[in-house]
Design a binder for this molecule. Structure first.
Ligand code: GLU
Length: 502
């Protein structure tokens, strides 16, 4: 059976690049009726973050990437699947046993070198412009000496004995044939002086014991892969296939960084991105379904069907937020009003004006306004502010917003425009469509002999109190006759009290 795995370290957030790793591993496994494993790589105790595992699992749940084996989402002390536990800190005995085998066969050795010695070595190498590498002193220590040091309980690490003078060749499913000289590969530490395994040991042991057939991971792990291949050889285990997927890049082609983009999936969730949009967007960053396919919108199931590891690109993929926004807007528009309401209410519950005070009438009002909101927003978090000013009893804004130099609107113009609009709309009966409202106001503009903007700008501001909002006709349509007149009238009378030179 095909098995892939997602093996994050619980750092407190899921990097957006890691979400794509999880997605590709999911797509590849599902396509072949295989299993996706979630394995938590938490052997670095210094980086322990409280609650990180739970939030990681929740993020995967949000994305809809369900795994077939891994920690039980409701009880992390339990596992789903037969190769558990799937949390590395619960598997320490396994690593100890396995590394023992390597010591016995001579593929690993105890290293007693002090930190001071290693530091000095590194400094000397740096001065000579050499790559930092362990000089293998302990690899060739006499057996007797090792025995004695162990009896004396001298502190040690365990290192992998990388074969000397070897050329390692292997094929990566994305990057093709690769070749490494063993002389350039360090005798990797497998067990640290505190007895904890390093990433390399735990990762390889687990991939083997969990019967992983395909390791799909970010390109940043490629330099570790030769060490892993040598580890498989040392254990005499069959190794899985490797596929290293390209990095996400900032627009300037540097590695995706916090300074230029949000990198945590949780930040995108907080801003109101939809999982469908996010998955669609990241799936196409680094892969596309081929020249014949012009469609860009793919559901998770469609991605499962179309995904092809062989078509994953080698080059890094530029993370373009505008494209993500385009996908998100698309998926928002595609929701039914009921579905949209279901997404929006949790956002409204977080606001003061809706929370607690929302009665049935207010809920009805919100529901009536939702279609207008749905065609307008890019991310869900924008909805509460728009709804707030649509529903507000009283608008608070700076009257200077009514002015617009470019459109030739000063306060006297604004006042005349609002006065005329008020009178005409009051006499008007048909508020059933934006066009009907427009028909009325076009006459007002004619009568005043003003330019469109000279009327519609102050009118829109009087109705919304916002610099940016739906247009005047749509605002009136959304607010209805009574509320529109009330807002226009209030602004107009407050203008009487405002100095014209404001
Ligand atoms: N624990 C590593 C990470 O944090 C996993 C790398 C791998 O997939 O081998 O990404």
């Amino acid at each position: 059976m095909i098995k892939t795995r997602f093996a994050p370290s619980p750092t407190g957030f899921v990097h957006i690049g890691n979400l794509r790793t999880a997605l590709y591993a999911y797509l590849f496994a599902k396509q072949q009726k295989g299993h996706l494993i979630l394995r938590i790589e938490d052997t670095d105790q210094e980086r322990f973050v409280e609650g990180a595992m739970e939030s990681l699992i929740n993020t995967l749940k949000w994305a809809g990437l369900s795994y077939d084996e891994g920690p039980h989402p409701d009880d992390l002390t339990q596992s789903i699947g037969e190769a558990g536990p799937y949390i590395q800190s619960q598997r320490l005995e396994i690593y100890k046993e396995e590394v023992q085998k390597l010591l016995e066969t001579g593929h690993a050795y105890h290293c007693f070198c002090s930190l001071e010695r290693l530091d000095q070595m590194r400094k000397d190498q740096q001065e000579r412009h050499l790559a930092p590498m362990y000089d293998k002193k302990c690899r060739y220590r006499p057996k007797e000496e090792i025995k004695q040091l162990l009896e004396e309980k001298a502190p040690y690490v365990i290192r992998l004995a990388i074969p000397e003078h070897d050329t390692l060749r292997f094929r990566d499913l994305v990057r093709g044939d690769l070749q490494f000289e063993s002389a350039t590969i360090d005798d990797q530490v497998l067990v640290k002086s505190d007895g904890f395994p390093t990433y390399h040991l735990a990762n390889v042991v687990d991939d083997h014991l969990m019967k992983v057939t395909h390791v799909i991971r970010g390109e940043e792990w490629l330099p570790s892969t030769p060490k892993h291949v040598y580890l498989y050889k040392a254990f005499n285990w069959e190794r899985p296939e490797f596929a290293h997927i390209p990095l996400f890049l900032n627009k300037d082609k540097s590695k995706l960084s916090k300074r230029q983009n949000d990198v945590a999936v949780e930040d995108y969730i907080k801003k109101g991105y939809l999982p469908e949009a996010m998955l669609n967007f990241i799936a196409l960053l680094g892969w596309n379904p081929g020249a014949g396919e012009t469609n860009e919108i793919f559901s998770l199931d469609q991605l499962v069907e179309k995904f092809n590891l062989g078509k994953v690109h080698k080059a890094g993929a530029v993370f373009d937020l505008e494209r993500l926004n385009w996908f998100n807007a698309h998926y928002i528009r595609a929701l039914s009003v009921e579905e949209f309401a279901g997404k929006i209410y949790p956002w409204l519950e977080k606001t003061d004006w809706f929370k607690g005070t929302a009665d049935d009438l207010q809920k009805k009002e919100v529901y009536r306004l939702l279609p207008a909101i749905q065609t307008r927003i890019t991310i869900l978090s924008e909805a509460p502010a728009i709804l707030n000013y649509l529903l507000a009893e009283k608008l608070e804004y700076n009257p200077s917003l009514l002015k617009n130099e470019k459109m030739n609107v000063d306060l006297p113009v604004a006042k005349s425009a609002l006065q005329a609009c008020y009178e005409d709309l009051k006499k008007h009966d048909d508020f059933s469509s934006e066009d009907a409202i427009k028909a009325c106001l076009v006459k007002t503009i004619d009568r005043l002999k003003f330019k469109n903007g000279q009327v519609l700008w102050p009118l829109r501001v009087a109705l919304s109190g916002q610099e940016y909002s739906p247009g005047a006709f749509e605002m009136i349509f959304l607010l209805g006759k009574e509320k529109s007149l009330e807002r226009i009238g209030k602004t107009n009378s407050s203008l009487a009290a405002t100095p014209a030179n404001l």
